[in-house]
Design a protein around this ligand. Structure first.
Ligand code: NVA
Length: 335
């Protein structure tokens, strides 16, 4: 039995992504996790994700349990598989922010092998950040004023990192034209590019992805301009090299002037003013970064509801039964 793991947006597929977006907009899901625990394991710092996830669990009627990575010591104190199987004894969902994406895969495999029915939800890894991507699509829909984003142009300027990988996947699924501008050596890899092109074709919404090393070209006429830090968590020893490599890739007023008038500016935060984004831009009238931050909570609510319900008819099915969601936990190794 394979649970509905969400390691990246690919796990949702285009229809699952639409279901998650629809669930994120609902406010009648208070029974979905009634009586259930949700483990939130963090191997890295978090400002938005932890609070968004905790409050999303509360909104679904569940109980979040925050666990620092050092407490459980994944692959130090005990193997990731044992951590996962232990947490599945008490929790309906295992959410984790990890250094190595492979840890999430191993946890998911272990939970499925033990037939726990407990899904793993990625709260950011070195490879992906699906919760951010869902929040970003919600924000784009709201700020551009259209639920159908097909044909809208999203320019991403900067490091082709975890945030971009998930964002790109979601963007092509909903039919956006994604343009990515990165310096040589920091762009989307061949394999990811192929995967995104295949996904865009399979989704059939007209989505596309192109790459360039010219930020001006990417931003020209764009509806939205997105950037993220040049040095992600875990890459701190590369900061100087990256700062040099990314010179000329800052999103500043001059670059933004190339976008469509009224284009929105996005950043997943934390922002480094004067580095990847100018203060006048991130704090300026076109910035929607605080809407993005706010959208993290409904996005998590949608993802968690999707992961535990098996379909989009939440509320009518298992969520309506008190403790319905909770019964999933403990069915495997401890049940
Ligand atoms: N790319 C950044 C995103 C932080 C939310 C990082 O991984 O540190």
């Amino acid at each position: 039995m394979r649970a509905r793991h969400v390691l990246d947006v690919d796990d949702l597929g285009p229809s699952g992504l639409e279901e998650v977006l629809a669930l994120a907009e609902r406010d009648d899901l208070a029974e979905v996790l009634a009586g259930a625990g949700v483990a939130l394991v963090f191997e890295k710092p978090s400002a938005r994700t932890r609070s968004a996830a905790e409050m999303a669990v509360v909104g679904l009627g569940g109980h979040p349990v925050y666990i620092q990575g050092t407490e459980v010591g994944i692959d130090e104190r005990e193997p990731a598989e044992d951590v996962a199987r232990t947490l599945a004894c008490y929790h309906r969902v295992l959410c984790a922010r990890v250094r190595d994406h492979g840890t999430l895969r191993r946890m998911a495999v272990a939970l499925d092998a033990a037939r726990t029915g407990v899904p793993v939800v990625n709260l950011l890894s070195d490879r992906a950040h699906p919760g951010q991507a869902v929040a970003d699509i919600l924000t784009l829909r709201r700020s551009l004023g259209r639920s159908d984003l097909s044909g809208s142009v999203l320019a991403y300027v900067g490091d082709a990192n975890n945030v971009l990988r998930s964002l790109a996947t979601a963007a092509v699924m909903v039919g956006m034209e994604l343009r990515v501008a990165s310096p040589a050596g920091y762009g989307i890899g061949e394999e990811d590019l192929r995967r995104l092109q295949e996904l865009a074709a399979a989704a059939g919404r007209g989505g596309s992805v192109s790459t360039t090393d010219d930020p001006h070209r990417a931003v020209s006429g764009a509806d939205a301009v997105y950037t993220d830090v040049w040095t992600s968590m875990g890459q701190e020893d590369q900061a100087d090299r990256r700062r040099q490599a990314f010179a000329g890739f800052a999103v500043d007023e001059e670059l933004l002037a190339r976008a469509r008038p009224g284009a929105v500016v996005m950043h997943c935060l934390p922002a480094h003013r004067g580095e990847e984004i100018a203060a006048a831009v991130v704090d300026g009238p076109q910035s929607v970064v605080w809407s993005q931050a706010a959208a993290r909570m409904p996005a998590m609510r949608g993802l968690l509801a999707w992961a535990v319900t098996g379909d989009a008819t939440v509320g009518a099915a298992r969520g309506a039964e008190p403790g319905g969601a909770a019964r999933g936990a403990g069915a495997g190794p401890c049940g």
